[in-house]
Design a protein around this ligand. Structure first.
Ligand code: ADP
Ligand code: MG
Length: 259
């Protein structure tokens, strides 16, 4: 049963130790996500959205409760195995892009392949294909500080996709962008979703959540609502980024996580 879900959160709780006791940032949160969903996690600033996303992305471990990724109970994995699973299954994007400033755009995109020990020739061709997909092939040799915010986020998206993840986690991906550029990023995420990648996007903006298929609402660390919706159509852009995205996610059977 659980094999069909890509994510299963079971009673996730995260408490942070404080000088005067502990602060419970997330309390008993349970839900499941099917492959192919585009989900948003909505909530006010400080409600626990990033705490939850970091748990889903195995960047952090819960105080209690547990997480299953494609049926695998992540409690059963040691840190080394967990980071392998994370690198092969999950791509991340962040509000602040988190690019490496002194490195070129192409090096930023291909860095996850270095960790995956992919040969340099394959790294560069895969990196260039991803840069083409996000419309930034011409910027491969540039440095992040030569790019606009929207371009930086597209580089970060290319980097997040370079290992062909099944799951893309995005923490306020348009939070540092003007609304028009933010819409371009959302259009790109929708194109990625249409190519078979499951997406979970954190936002504090209900308008943005309405462009996804399902809204999980967090309030003071608790799951308040879980609502499936018909996504709003995106305002038309000049080009369909879906046409630019050539790399299909390999969702073939047998790619399941095994401990
Ligand atoms: P959101 O992403 O919804 O803005 P966060 O998940 O970042 O919220 O934080 C939720 C709450 O947990 C906040 O009150 C924050 O101050 C607290 N918090 C987050 N990380 C830590 C930490 N490492 N130590 C202590 N408190 C934390
Ligand atoms: Mg946050």
């Amino acid at each position: 049963m659980s094999r069909e879900k890509i994510v299963e959160a079971v009673g996730l709780t995260r408490a942070f130790p404080m000088a005067d006791g502990e602060f419970v940032a997330l309390r008993d949160v349970s839900f499941a996500i099917e492959p192919g969903e585009f989900v948003s996690i909505m909530g006010a600033s400080g409600s626990g959205k990033s705490t939850l996303l970091n748990l889903l992305g195995c960047l952090d471990r819960p105080t209690s409760g547990h997480l299953r990724l494609r049926g695998t109970d992540t409690r059963e994995l040691d840190d080394a195995h967990l980071s392998r699973v994370r690198n092969s299954t999950i791509g991340f994007i962040f509000q602040s892009f988190n690019l490496i400033a002194p490195a070129t755009v192409l090096t930023n995109v291909t860095l996850p392949l270095v960790y995956a020990r992919t040969p340099r020739k394959d790294r560069n061709s895969r990196g260039m294909a991803l840069l083409r997909a996000v419309g930034l092939e011409a910027k491969a040799a540039s440095r992040p500080n030569q790019l606009s915010g929207g371009q930086c986020q597209r580089v970060a998206i290319a980097r997040a996709l370079v290992n062909r993840p099944a799951l893309l986690l995005a923490d306020e991906p348009t939070g540092n962008l003007d609304s028009r550029t933010g819409m371009e990023i959302l259009r790109l995420m929708r194109a990625i979703h249409e190519h078979g990648v499951t997406i979970v996007m954190v936002t504090h903006d209900l308008k943005l959540a309405h462009f996804t298929q399902r809204i999980l609402t967090i309030h003071d660390g608790e799951l308040d609502a879980d609502e499936r919706i018909t996504p709003e159509p995106l305002p038309q852009g000049e080009i369909s980024l879906a046409d630019l995205y050539p790399i299909r996610h390999d969702a073939a059977p047998g790619t399941e996580v095994t401990p």
